[in-house]
Design a protein around this ligand. Structure first.
Ligand SMILES: Cc1ncc(COP(=O)(O)O)c(C=O)c1O
Length: 428
């Protein structure tokens, strides 16, 4: 065949799409930029990864394992299902998520690849390029990653450190304009571990109602609350505000790798009926849904896992939170903020007391290089001057990590020349 002139080229040039160029993860960008030469004499303790399986101390409920094995053996879940999920799986999730006054049916559930997949569909469906999305600061990074890819403008509303990370409603309201497409709410939250009260969720709903802005609610840490706190799905508290509620198996069932998430379309007023419901289903057709095997297993996973499994996990993480707090609160220059749920704690750094380090990135970089404890600088969450630790780690490692963090601070703390008087348990 003869090549026409337009096919002939002397060299290769294959550019990536603008979409790919616009897509990046702040965590990977910041962590890749760190100059890490960890102390080889110490064992690495990574408090940076929000994956509860990494240490092997928290295990998948046996009933969940058995449900997956059954689904494989059943041989009915090897093919394609509907892109938005098989009916039985959606019905099981609807039942699992319903509560008094908040009834969900299978038709209100769309299955996705993890909660990130759910967030992706919601953001892509509600926002056009040039419109804006309001997200929390500090906040989970994927909201921005997803929005930036599409050229959606991200505006961050502040969370109030001294008010258990509640939303600064005045600031949130100031960001709303006629191009605002949605507000993302995350409770229980990453990275703060905040759990919003019913009253506070209603305050947020009132703003959404006033300006007629739908809510995308990230509830991947649903039910993951410590004693004295109560989890409310925000959608259960409104008759009028349309909510896309995103969750999944990931955290509660300790199975991030199983990649089963979902969207619940909560829309008592039928606001989403005209376009959004159809739009979400169209978008689900791009990748034909999550793994059929896990869809086949989900009914068993949700109905057979005993409540005692969840209680044990939460008790373990809550005790870790208290231990971490008690050890770190006495370390000069550090200010831990006790979480109310989820699996993280934010720790403030009095940067002026550590003049060697320019910011939280330099501080955490030096911490890993000297003590081999890796914490995530909160610059990753658009909240410099803090770092985030993961609370799912085994207790012995947690105490060693606290000890090393304390030793590090003792060495580098400057308070008019005097070093800190550091006393912590488990120092090594
Ligand atoms: C707040 C929040 N939302 C969503 C996700 C993503 O969940 P998944 O792994 O199910 O996609 C995470 C994961 O850490 C998270 O912390």
């Amino acid at each position: 065949m003869e090549l026409t002139a337009k096919n002939v080229c002397s060299s290769w040039n294959v550019p990536s799409s603008q979409f790919a160029k616009n897509t990046f993860s702040p965590i990977i960008t910041i962590v890749d930029g760190m100059k890490l030469t960890p102390n080889p004499e110490k064992e690495m303790i990574a408090l940076s990864i929000g994956d509860p399986t990494v240490f092997g101390n928290l295990v998948v409920p046996i009933q969940a394992e058995e449900s997956v094995i059954e689904a494989v053996k059943n041989k009915k879940f090897n093919g394609y299902g509907p892109s938005f999920g098989i009916e039985k799986a959606r019905a099981a999730i609807a039942q699992y998520s319903s509560r008094e006054g908040y009834t969900i049916t299978a038709k209100d559930v769309i299955l996705t690849s993890g909660c990130s997949g759910a967030l992706d569909l919601c953001i892509s469906c509600l926002c056009d390029p040039g419109r804006n999305l309001l997200i929390p600061r500090p906040g989970f990074t994927v909201y921005k990653t997803l929005a930036d890819s599409h050229g959606i403008i991200v505006k961050s509303y502040n969370l109030l450190l001294n008010k258990s990370w509640q939303v600064d409603l005045t600031h949130l309201e100031s960001l709303i304009d006629d191009k605002t497409a949605a507000i993302v709410v995350n409770s229980p939250s990453n990275p703060c571990g905040s759990v919003y009260s019913k009253e506070h969720l209603i305050e947020i709903l009132n703003l959404a109602e006033q300006y007629k802005i739908p809510i995308i609610s990230d509830e991947i840490y649903e039910h993951f609350v410590y004693s004295g706190n109560t989890y409310y799905p925000i959608a259960s508290l409104t008759e009028t505000v349309p909510v896309l509620s995103c969750s999944g198996l990931t955290k509660r069932f300790i199975v991030p790798g199983w990649r089963l998430g979902w969207i619940i379309i909560a829309d008592k007023n039928n606001v989403f009926e005209a376009e959004i419901r159809k739009g979400l289903i169209s978008l689900s057709q791009r990748i034909l849904g999550p793994s059929s095997i896990i869809q086949g297993a989900v009914e068993g996973i949700l109905t057979k896992t005993p409540q005692s499994f969840f209680k044990e996990t939460i008790d373990f993480v809550e005790t870790n939170a208290s231990l971490f707090y008690d050890n770190i609160v006495r370390v000069p220059g550090l200010h831990p903020v006790m979480p109310q749920g989820a699996m993280y704690m934010m720790i403030g750094i009095e940067m002026e007391k550590f003049p060697e380090y320019m910011d939280d990135v330099a501080f955490t970089e030096a911490l890993v290089n000297e003590e081999r404890v890796f914490c995530l600088p909160a610059k990753c969450f658009q909240y410099p001057g803090f770092f985030r630790v993961v609370l799912t780690i085994p207790r012995d490692k947690l105490l060693i990590a606290c000890g090393r963090i304390a030793e590090f601070c003792k060495r580098h703390y400057h308070d008019g020349g005097g070093g800190g008087d550091v006393k912590v348990n488990g120092s090594n």
